[in-house]
Every structure is written in structure tokens, then in C-alpha cells.
Design a protein around this ligand. Structure first.
Ligand SMILES: Cc1cc2nc3c(=O)[nH]c(=O)nc-3n(C[C@H](O)[C@H](O)[C@H](O)COP(=O)(O)OP(=O)(O)OC[C@H]3O[C@@H](n4cnc5c(N)ncnc54)[C@H](O)[C@@H]3O)c2cc1C
Length: 321
């Protein structure tokens, strides 16, 4: 292995550890002989799941007592960097991941590479590909400074792969006194209700945009998504308009999705939207403007009015049973 040790900041989820974090653990296991995970809010049962993806050890930070997870975990990581000297630390490009990376960067006075969409090895060095200008350009970068390289990696840049390894050992560490950094506290959290699959894990995503014309028409998107066992998504235009919650947003400042089928309904195809869905295996676009940019990446383009095409499509699927 070209590198000896990579750390991964892993976030909890309903199924133990988030898929995005498992993607990073799998990627790290391809570059380093030792992969260690730092997490929070999980029990020792995650040891097997993380071991299956290539980690040998999990440090679970406890006693956060309302302290932001990124703050607490970054503090524990910072204490251990001098003695344990990881080559790199991977964070997912999520609110918690970005928070933890920023705090570790400030504590250790180390730079961070953000918006990483791929990593490779050149000799014994990691080389990253980073999306810039809203994802319209990719640049390649590497650290020249000493100390671990900190990488904030976009979801779906790597595939999560369970290889069935032995369980990672689990070490629980109390966060301890983190001084004034611990002053910001979580006073309330809200889990949004959801019936179908998660947007970033669904194999079919049906997204609606401003072309729907009005909030009421979004129910066509929801109905089609439900019929296809998929998840409904949205462009930022209709999130900003308040038609759907932010958690539905696909794109640069929303979720990255990589479903088998992505159906864009009344979405123009701005770069900031496409960066979040262009990895879909099959893209279907419905737009009344034949010159809409979304058609440049669509596998199947339907030039038409969403208010006519969507009801027909729904009817046809229902008729098929
Ligand atoms: C920093 C930054 C970050 C951003 N992040 C994101 C992001 O994460 N996700 C995101 O989506 N956007 C993002 N945006 C916004 C992005 O630039 C676009 O403004 C947005 O994606 C446009 O949404 P839209 O396609 O729904 O609307 P529009 O661009 O207005 O497109 C509407 C489309 O609907 C078509 N249409 C109209 N009527 C019909 C009809 N009856 N039937 C069929 N088609 C019809 C039109 O031809 C048009 O192509 C970001 C912008 C910035 C500056």
C-alpha cells in the first residue's frame, strides 16, 4: 500500500454509519494499509460494518452532551495527530464533515482540499481532483506541506464496498473539556418525515423544477416517484420558492445523487444542478424548450409540457399494474 494510515470522520445514520462515510472508508482502504475511523453517536455494533468496509479501528467520541459533533471529534483527532501521524484525514462534504474538517484545520494550522471528486496515488502521494467554478472545471491538486492532508470529499465520488473483513475494534473516548469551542450547543434537532427511499440512496429519482409552474404540480413528481419506488427531488429554484424542503435539493449546494434512473421534470439543467445528478446511469429529461441544457446530458429527452407528459406517464404506469 502506498500510504500507511488514513483516518475517516464517519457520520451515524439509521443503518449505523452513513453510506457516504462508508464510501470514504472503502476509498481509504484502497490507498492505505491502516484505516481508522472517528465517529460519534454510535454503539460498538458499527465495528462489524466498518470492518467489512476496510477499517481496523473505530474511535467513538462520547459525552458530547449537546456539543456539535464536528467540534468534539476534531478535538479528539487533534490531540492524537502528533503521536499517531496519519497521512490523510477524509471528511464527507456534509455540514458535520465540513465543520469537523474546518476545526481540525484551524487547530493544527493545516490546509484543506475541498470539493474532492476523485483521488489517486502518484508515487507515495495522494492526488485529488477538485470541482471548481460550480463543478464546471476539475483541477488536480496535492499537498506540499507536511502533516496530514485534510480532504473534504463529495458524496458518490467512490462506491461503498463491503468486503466482509473482521470487525474493527471499538474504543470509546470521552470528549473531555474542549474549552470555549464547546459553547455552541445543539438545543433542538428535527428529523424530517420520509416514506420512500432516501434521496441519495434511491435507485430512481424524480425531480421537479420551476417548469412545474406552481407548487401544487409537485404532487405529479411525488406520485411518479412513488409509483417507481423512487425518491422525489428538486432544483434549487423550487426549494428557494418554498415549494419543497431543502432536503429535497439536488445539486452543488444540495445532495449528490447517482441513481439508475433520474427523471428531470421542468428543470433547465444549470451547471449547479447537473453537478449533483450527472452521475446517474440513465437521465430522462422533460422540458418544453428543445434547447434546454439538460438535454445535453439526457439519454432520453422529451420535448413537451410537464403538465401533459407527467399525467400520461403516471396513467401508463398505473395501467401496467
Ligand atoms: C452558488 C450557487 C449554488 C447553486 N446550487 C444549486 C443546487 O444545488 N441545485 C440546483 O438545482 N440549483 C442550484 N443553483 C441554482 C441554479 O443556478 C439554477 O438557478 C436552478 O437550478 C434553476 O432551477 P430550474 O431548472 O428549476 O429553473 P429554471 O432554470 O427557471 O428552468 C425551468 C425550466 O423549465 C422549463 N419549463 C417551463 N415550463 C415548462 C413546462 N410547462 N413543461 C416543461 N418544461 C417547462 C423551461 O424551459 C426551463 O428550462 C445554484 C446557484 C448558485 C449561484
Amino acid at each position: 500500500m502506498p500510504l500507511s494510515k488514513i483516518w475517516v470522520f464517519a457520520e451515524p445514520s439509521e443503518s449505523g454509519i452513513s453510506t457516504t462515510s462508508l464510501e470514504l472508508v472503502t476509498a481509504a482502504a484502497g490507498f492505505a494499509s491502516t484505516v481508522e475511523v472517528f465517529s460519534y453517536g454510535v454503539g460498538s455494533e458499527v465495528g462489524q460494518l466498518l470492518g467489512d468496509h476496510g477499517a481496523s479501528k473505530v474511535v467513538v467520541v462520547t459525552d458530547l452532551n449537546g456539543v456539535l459533533a464536528g467540534t468534539g471529534v476534531a478535538s479528539v483527532m487533534a490531540q492524537r495527530v502528533p503521536s499517531e501521524a496519519p497521512d490523510a484525514v477524509f471528511f464527507a462534504s456534509t455540514p458535520e464533515g465540513r465543520d469537523a474538517a474546518a476545526r481540525l484545520s484551524a487547530k493544527l494550522n493545516l490546509p484543506v482540499l475541498t470539493n474532492v471528486v476523485n483521488l489517486s496515488i502518484d508515487g507515495d502521494q495522494l492526488v485529488s481532483e477538485n470541482a471548481i467554478f460550480g463543478g464546471s472545471e476539475i483541477v488536480s491538486a496535492r499537498f506540499t506541506s507536511s502533516g496530514p492532508g485534510l480532504y473534504i470529499i463529495r458524496a458518490k465520488s467512490f462506491a461503498a464496498e463491503s468486503k466482509g473483513g473482521s470487525a474493527a475494534s471499538v474504543e470509546e473516548v470521552s470528549v473531555g473539556d474542549i474549552g470555549s469551542a464547546g459553547k455552541a450547543r445543539i438545543v433542538q434537532s428535527h428529523v424530517e418525515a420520509r416514506t420512500g427511499p432516501k434521496l441519495d440512496e434511491a435507485s430512481v429519482v424524480v425531480s421537479g423544477g420551476r417548469g412545474l409552474g406552481q407548487q401544487e404540480s409537485y404532487q405529479l413528481v411525488e406520485e411518479l416517484a412513488k409509483l417507481l419506488n423512487g425518491a422525489p427531488g428538486a432544483s434549487r429554484a423550487i426549494v428557494d420558492a418554498g415549494w419543497v424542503p431543502y432536503s429535497y435539493q439536488v445539486g452543488q449546494t444540495g445532495k449528490t445523487v447517482k441513481p439508475t434512473v433520474y427523471i428531470a421534470c421542468g428543470i433547465s439543467g444549470a451547471t449547479q444542478h447537473m453537478v449533483g445528478m450527472k452521475g446517474a446511469k440513465n437521465i430522462i429529461a422533460i422540458n418544453k424548450d428543445a434547447d434546454a441544457p439538460i438535454f445535453t446530458i439526457a439519454d432520453l429527452g422529451i420535448v413537451g409540457d410537464v403538465h401533459k407528459v407527467l399525467p400520461k406517464l403516471i396513467e401508463a404506469i398505473k395501467a401496467k399494474g
